[in-house]
Design a protein around this ligand. Structure first.
Ligand code: NDP
Length: 448
């Protein structure tokens, strides 16, 4: 049996009931096969793959807090410190009822390669909780965040592990967590990113993932002889990534016509009104029905099982920006039949493996999230730099660094794909380029 297959079987056996983690490992190892086989003896001797798929540390902890009725609630807290070969652990905290250790491990594993691709010195980690901030009062969210950090603060720090936001963790949650960290440690340091501007946050961090997604998409199109201008774009999600992806797509002359949340989706023939979307989602934290109510050109559709949602709309470019496995094979077939020629992932692993393979087999330009959504973590690393030098850069300075990073990411995965004989396969290119740097650092640092 090949080394790759052996290690994958070991992952499944040692990590039962973690399908998302298996899926992420399989996708990465499959595309690394050519590189692994060329160095098999060395990697086997060093158990490099076994070490790569095993987190350096996994923290699971109790998070008790008191709700507004005086009732004690208990959630599970997680932090997986996956790989620190190239820098301190870095990765977001997801707050969503679907969170479990398998989801956090899949995200942490992906984060290793994503962070490596940015070219910045950051290792891979991820964390979160099955706490649902939706429908909770500000006081309840604060009680949860304070309890969460009261345990986690022992294991994080500006030079060891620097968490950030993710689904359910926005500026409000980061603020409460930062306050509690500072209170417990007495340290005013860049231990979290995604902070508010008044206490060490970076300009352009809010926009970074969505903007970065479009910078990379534009470069991918350009290098394949296409222009983004005038293209119709289907976007899923209506959160941080989706909103700023829609905004940048418009700035680049494209026309995004959809967005979605967990209960329904919008088709707006005039193009999405970003100001209205922000008002509904960022200010009122309301449902998309409110967007449709305020906009005559918009149609609202309730989410229904078996239907294709935003992917049923005719588009040139699809940007999945909501959550994992939200675009499956049937959706991919509809998109291809409707003439979609490029897909770039804003969310983490939103496309199933079958859908990815279908896109690739049908000549669709496909960029995986670990490359195309890396703008968020890259800008988080720029926030760390600013905190370390106790300076704040201008919006333009951060945005232009972000643009440079995204263009570089595209070229490094494009070149890796060409070098290893799979030109145009950006999934393989991203995994190979991300892996090589981490593998070299792990090898140089010995058996740790
Ligand atoms: P937000 O919480 O701001 O938004 C998430 C959006 O997706 C919301 O519209 C939400 O709907 C929808 N959504 C969440 N879960 C589900 C689900 N199970 N089914 C259907 N819809 C769902 O998160 P972000 O925009 O920050 O993150 C989106 C994706 O991008 C995630 O995969 C995240 O890991 C990834 N990502 C985010 C980065 C960042 O900087 N924010 C960086 C890199 C990756 P509703 O409004 O109903 O909750």
């Amino acid at each position: 049996m090949s080394y790759v297959d052996e290690v994958f079987d070991m992952v499944v056996a040692k990590n039962p009931a973690q399908p998302e983690f298996h899926q992420a490992v399989k996708e990465v190892l499959e595309s690394l096969r050519v590189v692994i086989e060329a160095n098999e003896e060395k990697y086997r001797r060093d158990a490099l793959l076994e070490r790569l798929v095993t987190p350096e540390r996994q923290l699971l902890f109790r998070v008790p807090w008191v709700d507004d009725k005086g009732q004690v609630q208990v959630n599970n807290g997680f932090r997986v410190q996956f790989n620190s070969a190239i820098g301190p652990y870095k990765g977001g905290l997801r707050l969503h009822p679907s969170v479990n250790i398998g989801i956090i491990k899949f995200l942490g594993f992906e984060q290793i390669f994503k962070n490596s691709l940015t070219g910045l010195p950051i290792g891979g980690g991820k964390g979160g909780s099955d706490f649902d901030p939706k429908g909770k009062s500000d006081r309840e969210v604060m009680a949860f965040c304070q309890s969460f950090i009261t345990e986690l603060y022992k294991y994080i720090g500006a030079d060891t592990d620097v968490p950030a936001g993710d689904i359910g963790t926005g500026a409000r949650e980061i603020g409460y967590m930062y306050g509690q960290y500072k209170r417990l440690t007495g340290l005013y340091e860049g231990v979290l990113t995604g902070k508010g501007l008044s206490y060490g946050g970076s300009l352009a961090r809010t926009e970074a993932t969505g903007y970065g997604l479009l910078y990379l998409t534009e470069e991918m199109l350009k290098c394949n002889g296409r222009d983004i201008k005038g293209r119709t774009v289907a976007v899923s999600g209506a959160g941080n990534v989706a909103i700023y992806a829609i905004q940048k797509a418009q700035q680049l002359g494209a026309k995004p016509v959809t967005c979605s949340d967990s209960t329904g989706w919008i088709y707006d023939s005039e193009g999405i009104d970003v100001a209205l979307l922000k008002e509904v989602k960022e200010v009122k934290r309301a449902r998309l029905t409110e967007y449709a109510a305020a906009r005559p050109s918009a149609q609202y559709h309730e989410k229904k099982d078996g239907e294709h949602g935003v992917w049923s709309v005719k588009c040139d470019i699809a940007l999945p920006c909501a959550t994992q496995n939200e675009l499956d094979l049937e959706d991919a077939k509809v998109l291809v039949a409707n003439g979609c020629f490029a897909v770039a992932e804003g969310a983490n692993m939103p496309t199933t493996m079958e859908a990815t393979e279908y896109f690739q087999a049908n000549g669709v330009l496909f960029c995986p999230g670990k490359a195309s959504n890396a703008g968020g973590v890259a800008t988080s690393a720029l926030e760390m730099s600013q905190n370390s030098e106790r300076l704040s850069w201008t919006f333009e300075e951060v945005d232009s660094k972000l643009q440079g990073i995204m263009v570089n990411i595209f070229h490094s995965l494009d070149e890796a794909a060409k070098k290893f004989g799979c030109e145009g396969n950006y999934v393989a290119g991203a995994n190979i380029a991300g892996f090589l740097k981490v593998a070299e650092a792990m090898t140089a640092q010995g058996i740790v």
